[in-house]
Design a protein around this ligand. Structure first.
Ligand code: BJW
Ligand code: ZN
Length: 284
């Protein structure tokens, strides 16, 4: 049977009152209410390409122009939406609880734009607004150019209401973007500029992972919030169990949270719904 009160907001508030160390693990569902599509839901298909197939070093080797169109479009979308009340509630929790650390898989820039203090935020999968070289260690932070380069202008075009964005409509031909039109690395003579995100099979930043491990080991984590993620991608998906101590409450906040109910342990909670609606109520 599920734990008693597993979806009671007052019972969660009682736990939150005395919590000193809180970890959050966020995913694309947190930004859904801002208008950004998730990976594995509807909207995870981009011009007949599965978003997760484009998020690989092999896809970039094969057709950097196509992968860049996808990311230039994502940058444009992210720049044209706003952080939602869920991002703001997490930023406010960080201001209130010094022992709160937020791990986000999201690359959309919405946590920083909500004012989340950087010391209490780790972007596990990088950022759409970092640019790096695919061959050497060159990296540029805070590049908001939209379009990223002239060849990608189509990815920054807006449409009239009712029309489909050409980039989203597979029946509309997209020009091939030749490799030579992707900006080369300014530091080495071999590489191309690429988005500063972490693709499948690529290592996450080692220093960041070490910091997260030490933070978890510093003491019992009272609450782990698992927000808007399908928890299919590692290492992110492993942190809830890694941080679980004797009294820890793992709290799932997800549209599909009811599916978790039979897996809950005695102190756990699960709240089904939109993270942008639930987080302000849970964290108030
Ligand atoms: C809502 C909602 C609303 C909707 N409100 N909720 C252990 C076991 C098996 C495999 C591995 C393992 N360890 C590593 C691996 C391999 C691999 C992996 O995990 N594979 C699995 C798929 C099996 N991991 C890696 O390759 C990682 N690297 C690595 O481990 O390196 C090791 C290494 C060491 C040394 C040398 C070499 C390697 C890297 C993973 C990188 C993932 N990258 C991406 C792309 C980032 C860039 C980009 O954005 O394009 O990250 S893939 C994609 O998935 C993206 C996301 O951050 C990530 C997670 O997705 P997320 O956020 O969970 O989204 P969805 O769509 O899946 O879920 C949304 C959820 O929200 C759903 O549940 C909805 O219900 C919910 N929702 N609306 C609340 N309004
Ligand atoms: Zn380089």
């Amino acid at each position: 049977a599920p734990p008693k009160n597993y979806n009671s907001i007052p019972a969660f508030h009682a736990k939150l009152q005395s919590a000193r160390r809180i970890l959050a693990v966020c995913g694309a569902g947190l930004s859904a209410a801002s208008g950004l599509p998730t990976f594995r839901g509807p909207g995870g298909l981009w011009r007949n390409h599965q978003a997760t197939d484009l998020a690989t070093p092999e896809a970039f080797e094969d057709d950097p122009g196509l992968v860049w169109l996808f990311y230039a479009y994502r940058r444009h979308m992210a720049l044209n939406v706003k952080p939602n009340p869920g991002h703001h509630a997490l930023a406010a929790l960080a201001e209130k609880v010094p022992g709160f650390l937020c791990l986000s898989q999201n690359v959309d820039g919405l946590h920083p734009r909500a004012g989340h203090p950087p010391e209490q935020l780790r972007l596990l999968h990088g950022s759409l607004f970092d640019i790096k070289c695919n061959a050497c260690g060159w990296i540029q932070k805070d590049n908001y150019d939209d379009p990223f380069c002239p060849a990608l202008a189509a990815a920054a075009e807006d449409v009239n209401p009712g029309e489909t964005l050409p980039l989203l409509d597979p029946s509309k031909e997209l020009a091939d973007i030749p490799r030579q039109e992707i900006p080369p690395c300014p530091q080495c003579d071999r590489g191309l500029q690429r988005p500063g995100v972490v693709w499948f099979g690529e290592p996450l930043d080692e220093d960041m992972l070490n910091e997260v491990d030490s933070w978890i080991d510093e003491g019992e984590v009272d609450i782990v919030l698992v927000i808007g993620t399908s928890s299919q991608v590692y290492p992110a998906a492993g942190y809830a169990e890694q941080a679980r101590g004797r009294e820890t409450s793992v709290v799932t906040i997800n549209l599909d949270a009811e599916d978790e109910v039979r897996r809950l342990r005695s102190n756990d909670f699960a709240f089904a719904g939109d993270a942008a609606v639930l987080l302000p109520k849970l964290l108030e």
